[in-house]
Structures are given as structure tokens and as C-alpha cells.
Design a protein around this ligand. Sequence first.
Ligand SMILES: [Zn+2]
Length: 238
Amino acid sequence: MWRRTDYSESSRVVTVLTRDHGRLQGLAKGAHRPDSPFLGRLDFLNEARATFGADRGGLRLLVALDLLHERRALREPQRFLAASHLAWLSDLAMPHGPEPDIYDLLAGGLALLERCPAAAIPTVVIGLELRHLALLGALPDLHRCGQCGAGLDQGAFLGRNPGLYCARHAAAPRQALGRIGLALLQRLQAAPGREWPNLRQPGDVRLAQSLPAQWLAAATEQRGNLRGLVFAAPVRRA
Ligand SMILES: [Zn+2]
């Protein structure tokens, strides 16, 4: 369940992201009634098995909804922001049908955001963004110059296009990237998600977070309004 809007006094239109059919919209009739079978199930980011009526060219009817997993932990404000940002990215990525890899990343990402230490939320978000960029085919090489392929051990710079560049192929005026921020991105890319919370070191995240933001903006041509809030929240040091 991703979004819901009131349709009439008693009904709601719900938007769900599904593994097999991409984004679907349906009408949940009588969802506002106190005896509705949907009551308490149409909550944001809950995982459910949804049954829709036949597609008759208009709005499908949501016939049944079996709750599989209620993500209560995501109601905590910073987790909620991070989860909403991830769901927004996933929604953008499935406009025309199923995207099972994107869906799996969303489901796995929400599970991580539910249980990671609060201080690790920004780090986990960056890791998820890198995976998401990779699925979109928009993750630049984090180890080599985007133009000549030279290793970036001597320094990485921004170029005219998204990506990382050696000193020779940097765009003028040359803007060097901090070694610490880049190292965190490289470690997040290499490590499985369950290890991400252990990779953070105080200060790293702020240095690392601007690059995925630029790459996502270039890949999606949109900027999420929640992302800034995830990183604006005080990063507690564990
Ligand atoms: Zn180069």
C-alpha cells in the first residue's frame, strides 16, 4: 500500500506497488465504514495480498486485502521519512508494468529501515539509493574515471555529466570529492545490506550523501521533497 485518497464519503482509491503487476490503483468500497473488512489494513507501507476485480477499463475494484506484514516500526518519524522516500523512488521506477527487482529492493529496504539502529538510517538510505541507481542502470563507476577508466585513487572529481572523473577529465572549475565520502559509497556498494549499519562512521554520511542525490536527480529528472528531511534530521552518533 503506497497511497490512498478519499473517493467518496465511504470509499477510497488506493495505490499499491506490486511485484507482479507494477503499480495498481483500485477502489476500496466502503473503506471508511466501521464494519469494513479493509479497516486498519489500508495503512501506508503495509505488505498485503491484494485481490482486484476484473479490469473493465475504469477503476478496478479492490475485492480483498489480506495483511501479510504490518510495518508499525516505520511510524517513527525518521524511519517514516526514509521509507516514504524509498517508496517514492520505487513508484517512479514502475510506471509501465512490473519491475520485480525494484519491488524486491523496496521490500528488503523497508525491512532494513524497520530494524536498523536509528543512527544508521541515513547510511541505509544511501546504500538503498546506490542499489536503486544500479537497477536503473544509472550508477556511475565508483572506482574509475567515467571518461578514461583510470583508477580514482589519486582523487575523484565531478564532471559535466553524472559520474566520477580523474583530474584530467574533471569539469572546470575542478571540484574534488572527499576521500572519506567516496570510500563510504564504495563500501556500501560492496557490502550486503545487513552490514550497512556497521559501516558508518561519524561524519561520513554528510560527505557521501550529495552524490547519490545528484545521480538520482539526473536519472529520474525529479527531486524528492522528503530526501532532504532524512539527512537534515540530526544524525545521532552511536
Ligand atoms: Zn579520466
